[in-house]
Structures are given as structure tokens and as C-alpha cells.
Write a protein that binds this ligand. Structure first.
Ligand SMILES: [Fe+2]
Ligand SMILES: [Fe+2]
Length: 214
């Protein structure tokens, strides 16, 4: 069934604006307990603590991007069922946002200063994918979640061995991202062309290396 592209109404724009403000103001709330909350705080030397904080800052920036992508795509998606799926994935992404934010704070560090830029860039990309149609939109979600899943698997090794608390969060996020990708695939995603997938990887690697530091 084909659904026409409809312009978002004022209420959808207000909800979208509210999401942007809440994401950037760092007031995300979690609907599930923080994974690894019962684990003891690890003994980390300063270099290990800063490295773990840098990696979790990257993951938090990634979740800021996820908020923007899902908000944009839900705004311009045509099929009400696709919109509903995006809304439920976005709820889990807000958990990820809250978990990574709290872990960065526990590690005595701050989130990325460039979060407004990550949000704005991802929102623009999400709108572009949404305008291309629901199948492309879903394909974009599949590819994003696949790349994030790979990235988080890399962090399982890259985090300091003693930091089981961060690892517990990353592991749960990775499971959720895999499910989000499967959901989008099952909803009828089309595979994105290779050059677009490669461009997404390049953009993500720029974001990761900058957010690790800033
Ligand atoms: Fe996520
Ligand atoms: Fe996800």
C-alpha cells in the first residue's frame, strides 16, 4: 500500500522540538533499569578512566544522533505502522541516551560539546531519508543499526577490561540495536546502495573520532 507524503502538523512539530530540547538539555529518562547498576564501581587509573569516558561519550553522541534520526524519520514517514515502529524504537533509544549519559557522569566526565551539531546533522539526514520513501527510510534504519551494532561490538573489546559497568550498558544497547535493525528489515526495508552505506561509515567515523575528544 502506498501512502502519500504528508507535511507534519503543528503538534508533531512541537513534539519534535520538545524531543530536541530534552535530548540536548540532558534530561533523558530511562524506562528500564541501567544495565550493570548492581555491579561495583571499578578501580580505574586516570588514563583508563579517561579512555572509558571518551568511548562512552562517543556512544552518548551516537544516541543523540539516534534521537534526531528517529524523530526526523517518524515526522516524515508515511505509513502509520512505520511511524509507530519508529516511535517504539525511539523510546528504547532514549533509555540508551540516559544510560550513556549517566555512565559518562559516573566516570567523572562530560558529554560531547558538539551534541547540537550531531543532532542537527542527523536530523537533516533523517528527513532526507524519510522523503525518499518508507522503504528507503527503513533501509537507512537497517544500515544505521547494523553499523552501530558493529561499532558497539568493537567497544566491548576497546573498553578497559575492569570496566564491567560500561560494558554491561554497551552489551544491552547492542542487543537493542540488533532488534531495531530486524524490525526495520521485517517492515520492508530496501537495501541502500553501496556508496551511501560507505558515506554513512565515513560520517560516523568522523563523529566518533571528534566526540571521543570534544
Ligand atoms: Fe541506541
Ligand atoms: Fe537503535
Amino acid at each position: 500500500m502506498r501512502f502519500p507524503l504528508s507535511l507534519p502538523g503543528a503538534d508533531a512539530l512541537i513534539v519534535g522540538f520538545d524531543r530536541a530540547l530534552r535530548t540536548l538539555a540532558g534530561v533523558a529518562t530511562s524506562s528500564r533499569p541501567v544495565p550493570g547498576a548492581d555491579l561495583p564501581h571499578p578501580e580505574l587509573d586516570d588514563a583508563a578512566r579517561r579512555h572509558a569516558a571518551g568511548l562512552m561519550r562517543v556512544n552518548h553522541a551516537g544516541e543523540v544522533c539516534a534521537q534526531a534520526l528517529y524523530a526526523a524519520q517518524a515526522l516524515v514517514a508515511r505509513d502509520p505502522d512505520v511511524k509507530a515502529r519508529f516511535a517504539s524504537a525511539a523510546r528504547e533509544e532514549e533509555d540508551h541516551l540516559a544510560w550513556t549519559q549517566s555512565r559518562v557522569a559516573e566516570l567523572g566526565d562530560r558529554t560531547s560539546l558538539l551534541n547540537p551539531i550531531w543532532y542537527a546533522g542527523s536530523f537533516a539526514i533523517g528527513v532526507a531519508a524519510g522523503i525518499a520513501g518508507d522503504r528507503v527510510n527503513l533501509g537507512f534504519v537497517v544500515e544505521t543499526e547494523r553499523q552501530v551494532e558493529e561499532h558497539l561490538t568493537g567497544h566491548m573489546d576497546a573498553l578497559p577490561p575492569a570496566d564491567a559497568k560500561s560494558r554491561a550498558i554497551v552489551e544491552r544497547m547492542r542487543d537493542d540495536e540488533a532488534r531495531h535493525g530486524d524490525m526495520a528489515q521485517a517492515a520492508g526495508a530496501t537495501e541502500l546502495p553501496r556508496p551511501i552505506r560507505d558515506a554513512m561509515r565515513v560520517a560516523a567515523s568522523v563523529m566518533k573520532s571528534v566526540a571521543y575528544r570534544i
